[in-house]
Write a protein that binds this ligand. Structure first.
Ligand code: ADP
Ligand code: MG
Length: 672
């Protein structure tokens, strides 16, 4: 058991192990040389070369032969071998030790970098290993084991105390405390009971729960995130590509400079050959950009790992740094600043219609909506008698329409409905503006348009309109018919959506962190938007925006503030999320499109994590800057020192690799 763990450990950390063995061999070899046992020294030191340098040599040669490119690994090996060769030639055996030190320290810094990389991968992978493979399904009163992939929407499953929740579901009976640390980073368990949603991969506490599966298991939050992370891992972030390109051309430059340095000085400066070659080798070492390369990736990887532990998922490292530079943030309203868990507040019918009529008609089109408003309406109309409309078309950020029996049904905000109905009833408009001032969202319901005229001509017209309608035109051509279509407002539905408890504090904290401008973007009405903005402390509001207009606002902000973040959840936020320098999506409330487009995902929709992400980004940014400064000054110092002849190879190696280890360790600080 123990030995098995040990073999696993050495396999995973083979680089650490190789560095350790190399170190021991080097010590013994140096000791042997000191005692004058030349034979032993010439056995132990080459062994240190082989074990410590094997991995780098393999990588370096692969790059050389496969891609016809030089990399820094190979330069290090060449420098070390050069030192050993020079030592043997001149019988200055301490030079062999110098070379071995170079290899050892190079191996150590490689191992450290590998460690940071594995830590990151593990924190992200731990997300993935958390979902169980099977669930206990209730079928005809009996429990049956079913694999997760076979779960269907509507299935009832049982989760016993202490078990992992197998898929996103809603509690239908029971009460328990749930530990959501795996996806939110929040270690305090949260109390949950009937009607509340639980997430795959979270841990059930002491209560037994009966759950109803309300969405296909493959679209559970954790599964969606896993898919995104897997995608992100197969693509190299641009920053990494840049570093690699830089490394290659820089390595070529060093080789050429090294060759010149090894050949010209005896003719130009009158140096002897030994000094010349020695200094050229030292040059190879100190000019290598190892410290520069270690300045960025370990830092960003550590930051990503840290974020993942706290429920902030950065899709790649460059976004972490970018987050530290954000000067303006735009927030979506519904689902982002508000919970998006909307409730019906009031239904006001028009004319001779009843409240039930309004709900029924709205529900016919909303039955297929993914929007929170739609879901709330359908829930409220659950006990009424209606059937789903056909040819339903959702217009993101505006509303939804479809055909119910022989009627065209339109549900959406005032501007949208007014494209079909010339004027909204005055009394309803008054009620609407009162409701909007209270921060309620008002949705208008109208119907009519087709099947009313009944004569042949109208019928023909209808066919044509319908087929055009299929082409997703947001403004159906009915509008253009010579006689205005007999659309009629049935009523309005006011919807209450609670502002997130942490929204105001988060916005205050972001301002304190130095964000210069915070704005709200919403497709909702101006009055509703103003009311929510006031509650959370935002004074710049852009309301009644279409998805493209949200994008335009981001663009304008970018002109003024350069680095602009956008936080959103909806389909209508996707263009803006893509345009923003940093797109941030809400994990739970977020639509698939938003999750895919965003660079950062707030796993549990906790807005206060924005401030955490920003602080992390700022720290990453300043550590990277410090690291680059340290790396560059070491390189310049050592180069000058080498040219003036003030440093020997071990000093060069220690300075060079020491600075590499230093910046790597400095990057690992972000794990804390
Ligand atoms: P945001 O997230 O930008 O605040 P929404 O996605 O809620 O905005 O859309 C803006 C407005 O469009 C809503 O307030 C609502 O009036 C209308 N709307 C959008 N989708 C629907 C829908 N499915 N049913 C009714 N109204 C809708
Ligand atoms: Mg939204």
């Amino acid at each position: 058991m123990y030995s098995q763990r040990l073999t696993e450990f050495t396999k995973e950390h083979s680089d650490v192990f190789a560095a350790a063995v190399c170190g021991v061999l080097l010590l013994l070899g140096a000791f042997a040389l000191h005692l004058g046992w030349l034979g032993w020294a010439l056995l132990l030191l080459p062994a240190a070369y082989v074990i410590g340098g094997y991995e780098s040599a393999r990588e370096g040669l692969t790059t050389l032969f496969k891609e016809k490119e030089l990399d820094v690994d190979l330069l290090m090996i060449v420098a070390a071998l050069g030192a050993a060769g020079l030592g043997l030639w001149q019988r200055e055996y301490h030079l062999i030790i110098d070379g071995a030190i170079l290899i050892l320290i190079f191996a150590i810094s490689g191992a450290l970098e590998g460690y940071a990389m594995r830590r990151t991968e593990r924190s992200i992978r731990s997300l993935m290993s958390l979902t169980p493979d099977i669930a206990m399904v209730l079928r005809q009163g009996r429990e049956e084991e079913v694999s997760i992939s076979q779960l269907k929407v509507g299935d009832e499953i049982v989760v016993k105390p202490g078990e992992l929740i197998p898929t996103d579901a809603v509690i239908v009976s029971g009460y328990s405390t749930i530990n959501q640390a795996a996806i939110t980073g929040e270690s305090l368990p949260i109390e949950k009971t009937v009607g509340e949603e639980v997430f795959a991969g979270t841990l059930n506490g002491y209560g037994a729960l009966k759950l109803k599966v309300h969405q296909p298991p493959e679209s559970s939050l954790i599964q969606r995130v896993i898919k995104l992370v897997e995608q992100a891992q197969t693509e190299e972030p641009p920053s990494q590509q840049f570093i690699e390109k830089f490394e290659r051309s820089y390595a070529r430059f060093i080789v050429i400079a090294g060759i010149l340095l090894a050949t010209l000085p005896p003719f130009l400066l009158g140096w002897d050959w030994e000094t010349t070659i020695y200094r050229a080798l030292t040059f190879l070492v100190v000019a290598s950009p190892c410290a520069l390369m270690a300045a960025i990736m370990p830092t960003l990887l550590s930051g990503i790992a840290n974020g993942a532990r706290q429920g902030i998922l950065f899709k790649n490292g460059s976004q972490l740094e970018m987050m530290g530079k954000v000067r303006a943030i735009a927030f979506d309203k519904t689902g982002t600043l508000t919970t998006g868990i909307v409730q019906l507040f009031q239904v006001i019918p028009a004319g001779n219609y009843s409240q039930a009529d309004v709900l029924k008609v709205a529900a016919t089109v909303e039955s297929v909506s993914e929007h929170a408003i739609g879901k709330a309406i359908v829930q409220a109309a659950a006990d009424l008698n209606w059937v789903s409309a056909v040819e339903v078309q959702a217009i993101p950020g505006q509303g939804i329409l479809g055909i119910n029996k022989d009627q065209q049904v339109i549900v959406g905000n005032a501007a949208f409905v007014q494209k079909y109905v010339t004027n909204l009833p005055e009394d309803l408009q008054k009620s609407a503006s009162v409701l909007e001032q209270q921060g309620k969202t008002v949705v208008w319901v109208a119907q009519g348009g087709i099947g009313r005229g009944g004569d042949g001509e109208m019928g023909g017209q209808r066919e044509k309109e319908n087929s055009k309608f299929n082409t997703l035109s947001p403004t159906p051509p009915l509008f253009h018919s010579p006689t205005p279509p007999p659309f009629e407002v049935i009523g309005l539905i006011a919807i209450a959506d609670e502002v997130r408890a942490e929204a105001a504090a988060t916005i205050a904290r972001l301002k304190a962190l130095g964000v210069e401008q915070i704005v709200m973007l919403t497709g909702d009405n101006q009055r509703t938007a103003d009311s929510v903005a006031q509650a959370v402390g935002i004074n710049q509001v852009y309301a009644e925006l279409l998805p493209e207009e949200k994008l335009d606002v981001i663009r304008r902000l970018q002109e003024q503030y350069e680095t602009v973040a956008m936080v959103g959840d909806g389909i209508n936020d996707a263009p803006a999320l893509a345009q923003a320098s940093v797109g941030i999506a809400m994990g739970v409330a977020g639509s698939d499109v938003a999750l895919e487009t965003a660079d950062i995902i707030l796993m549990a929709d906790r807005l206060e994590k924005l401030a955490v992400a920003m602080r992390l980004g700022k720290r990453a940014h300043s550590i990277v800057k410090q690291n680059i400064a340290v790396a560059l000054s070491f390189i310049i110092l050592l180069l000058v020192g080498n040219f003036l002849g003030n440093i020997n190879l071990p000093l060069g190696v220690i300075g060079h690799e020491g600075s590499t280890v230093l910046v790597t360790l400095s990057g690992l600080r972000l794990l804390k």
